[in-house]
Structures are given as structure tokens and as C-alpha cells.
Design a protein around this ligand. Structure first.
Ligand code: LLP
Length: 421
């Protein structure tokens, strides 16, 4: 469900026409719908309304401060993976006690900063990290609440680049190591091992991998408790997939996912922590771009557009499909022709879609790449010295620039000549 629909023949974000925003801000730009974001957060939170839960939105999926503040106002906590993300959460007004810290390479400086802020918990990914946290906490006279990230070695049945719960992935510690690690943690100063964490991957479109992981998680909590560990919370990570094909197969609903969590973990009497990212921000955003040229060769027809892999890298990096809709609805009635939608970046890997059946679109015609709210703007860069594109937030009939377009002065001003040059 999202709030990008045609009205009077023009694609709108809530009550605002995307062509009006394009006229004011130029293209390309990211556009987010407040109503969609909040709805997704609330449906998820409501599914667990009678349970002690902490829903920590995965900042990495879309870290714009305006988005974080809005979710925070509805009670969301945050899942962070760097000091930068913690600073974003705090700048957006998120209380530190609603923050969990994931990631395999937290530095001592980052650990110290998170302890000073007083975050809820660290998701510990290795024995070496456990020792580092213990040392930093002890030096500060603090106690770090932790959950080991346990790698269950289950197949998340998703793209290899976003699968994290197999034994060969860098994430977490093998589940077989859990008894030894929790025993070690109990003996270390400055550590309170109060939880267990698992995150098996992203864009997971079937319940079965979750069911396998949760079954193991419940068993693990039972075993750890039998050994005298006080496990107060389980963190099941994120990963629930969303529909990228408008007419394609639907991933499990939040309600079905919630029912599975309750079935497998509800009886543990633990606080439930979640780290959803894409499920909240994914279809709350689109990337609006315009056509520069049409080009037809012996082999193919290309639609050359002003957005590129540096603005949205998902198709290039994960072979991701994202729907493309013309902003002008009348074009939908036109015959469709297979086209490669490509940007100006000098790489053959620069494309937004390959062989996509689309109506012919003339130079200047606007279109929207759908489902671009998660892992879109956050993965953008200025490769080929292309400016970072703006981000716009819509709420009802209002819209605001929540990140202006980078300027050439900003781009050039960020660098220095060496003193000897
Ligand atoms: N928790 C942890 C520890 C994670 O590593 C991630 C995502 C999440 C939660 C949130 O997962 P989500 O609910 O969004 O699936 N750039 C890729 C996705 C990378 C996911 C990284 N970790 C993409 O565009 O598909």
C-alpha cells in the first residue's frame, strides 16, 4: 500500500503532483510520502500492540533526518550501524534508550560514543568485539547491555548480496558457539548479556526462512536460560520483503509475519525487538527523473534519462527490478516497446531497467522509479561528478525539500589542493 496514484492524469504523491515538484526543483529527485511511511510503521507496531516491543527502524534504509524525526514521533526506536547513524538518530530527537547498534566493525571510539549516549543495546558480532566493548565500558565505569548476533545458518532465499544468515557470511557468531560466548560474557566486566539477536537477510519474500530462524532462536533462549543466563529480550532483525513488481507475487504481510513471531517467540516472555527498514521506507519513496534522449541501435532501443546508477544503484548492484511509471497517465494507453532505461554514467552497468516494456517517452517526459524509498538516496554518490539529487517529503497537500540538490560549489569546495601543487 502506498500513496502514489494518478489524479487528473498526473502521478501524485498524496495530494501533490510530481510534475509540480519537478517544475520547482528540477529532476532527478527523490520524493517520499509521509502517510505511507507512518502507515507502514503503525501497521507493524499495531501488530504487536499487546506485547512488550521495541521497533527499531533500520536507519540505513533511509536516513534523512526528517524521516527519522517523523518515525520517532510515532514511537520508533532506531537500528544503527555507525556513529554517524547514532548522531542522526539523536539529531532527529530519538531517545538513546531506543537505539540498538549492529555491525561487524564497531570501533572503540564508536563504542565509547554509544556508551556515553546510553543506547539500549549492542548487537555483538564477534568475540573480539565483545572484549573491546568490555574494555571500553570498564574504563568508563559503565555496563554495556548486549545481545550476541547469532548466525543460524539458514538460507534466506534472497539475493546473495543481501543474505546474511549463512555460515559463510561475515555476520554474527555460529549458533553452536552461543553457550561458550554467553558463559564468557558472564565473566567479563562491564557486560550484561541480556538478549539474543538474529538478522538473516533482506528482501525475504517467504516466511519459511524466518520460521527456521525463529525456531532456533527460541531453542537457544531456552538453553541459555537453563544455563542460568538472564535473557530479557530477543531481537529478530529486519528483512521482511516488499513488492517491487506492481503486479507480481506478494511477499508475506506484516500480519502473517507478526503471527509467526508470536507463534515461535511469544511464549518466551521476552521483550521483542525488531529492526525493519525496507518494509517501512521502501514503497514510501519514488525517484522522479526525465528523459534526455531516445536512441535506437541495430540491437536495442535505449531510453537515456537524467538519473543514473550513482542516484539509484539497486538495479546495477542486485539486479533489482523496480517498476517505472510515466508521470503522464495518458502514456499508459500507448503501445509498449522493450527499452533499456540508462543514465549518463560512463559504465555499461549504468541502468535503471533492462528490456523493460514501456511506452515511448519523448525528451523532457517525466517518469517515476517506484519503490525507491529504501536503499535509494542512502546509497547514492557523486560518481562522474554528478550532483547528489534532492529529497522531497510530501504530507497531504504540502511538500518540503528535506535535502536540497548539491551545488557545484559544494562539490568542488569539499576538496583541497595539496600544498605543493
Ligand atoms: N538489521 C540489520 C542488522 C541489517 O543488516 C539490516 C539490513 C536491517 C536490519 C534492515 O533490513 P531490511 O528490513 O531493510 O531488509 N542495500 C540492499 C539491502 C541491504 C540490507 C542491509 N542490512 C538493497 O538495496 O536491497
Amino acid at each position: 500500500m502506498h500513496h502514489f496514484t494518478y489524479r487528473d492524469g498526473v502521478l501524485h504523491a498524496e495530494d501533490v503532483s510530481l510534475s509540480a515538484i519537478a517544475e520547482a526543483s528540477g529532476t532527478p529527485f527523490y520524493c517520499y510520502s509521509s502517510a505511507t511511511l507512518v502507515r507502514h510503521y503503525q501497521v507493524f507496531a499495531d501488530a504487536f500492540s499487546n506485547t512488550d516491543t521495541l521497533v527499531c527502524y533500520a536507519i540505513k534504509s533511509n536516513s534523512n533526518l526528517a524521516i527519522l524525526r517523523m518515525l520517532g514521533q510515532f514511537g520508533a526506536g532506531m537500528d544503527i550501524v555507525s556513529e554517524g547513524e547514532l548522531r542522526r538518530a539523536r539529531a532527529a530527537g530519538i531517545p538513546a534508550e531506543r537505539v540498538v547498534f549492529s555491525g561487524v566493525g564497531k570501533t572503540r571510539a564508536e563504542i565509547a560514543h554509544a556508551l556515553e549516549e546510553g543506547i539500549f543495546a549492542f548487537n555483538v558480532e564477534s568475540e573480539a568485539e565483545l572484549h573491546a566493548i568490555s574494555e571500553v565500558a570498564t574504563a568508563k565505569g559503565a555496563t554495556a547491555r548486549i545481545a550476541f548476533r547469532i548466525n543460524p545458518d539458514v538460507d534466506a532465499q534472497t539475493h546473495a548480496k543481501i543474505s546474511t544468515g549463512r555460515a559463510e557470511n561475515k555476520f554474527g557468531e555460529p549458533w553452536q558457539e552461543a553457550p561458550r560466548l554467553y558463559a564468557l560474557a558472564r565473566d567479563l566486566p562491564g557486560i550484561e548479556a541480556a538478549g539474543v539477536h538474529m538478522h538473516i537477510g533482506s528482501q525475504i519474500t517467504r516466511l519459511e526462512p524466518f520460521a527456521n530462524a525463529f525456531t532456533l532462536l527460541a531453542k537457544l533462549v531456552g538453553n541459555l536460560r537453563a544455563e542460568g543466563h538472564n535473557i530479557e529480550f530477543v531481537n529478530v532483525g529486519g528483512g521482511l520483503g516488499i513488492p517491487y513488481h506492481g503486479e507480481g507475487e506478494l511477499p508475506p504481510s506484516q500480519e502473517d509475519y507478526a503471527a509467526l513471531v508470536r507463534e515461535k517467540l511469544g511464549g518466551l516472555g521476552c521483550r521483542l525487538v525488531f529492526e525493519p527498514g525496507r518494509m517501512i521506507s521502501g514503497n514510501a519513496g519514488v525517484l522522479v527523473a526525465s528523459v534526455i534522449y531516445n536512441k535506437e541501435t541495430n540491437a536495442k532501443r535505449f531510453l537515456i534519462v537524467d538519473a543514473a546508477m550513482n542516484d539509484l544503484i539497486r538495479p546495477t548492484l542486485y539486479d533489482a527490478h523496480q517498476d517505472i511509471l510515466p508521470v503522464n497517465e495518458a502514456l499508459l494507453a500507448e503501445p509498449r516497446i522493450a527499452q533499456d532505461v540508462v543514465g549518463p554514467v560512463c559504465e555499461s552497468s549504468d541502468f535503471l531497467a533492462k528490456g523493460r516494456e514501456l511506452p515511448l517517452m519523448a525528451p523532457g517526459e517525466l517518469f517515476a522509479v517506484m519503490t525507491a524509498g529504501a536503499y535509494g538516496a542512502v546509497q547514492a554518490n557523486d560518481y562522474n561528478s554528478r550532483l547528489r539529487v534532492p529529497e522531497v517529503l510530501v504530507k497531504g497537500s504540502e511538500w518540503a525539500l528535506i535535502r536540497p540538490r548539491q551545488t557545484y560549489d559544494e562539490m568542488l569546495g569539499a576538496e583541497r589542493f595539496a600544498p605543493w601543487s
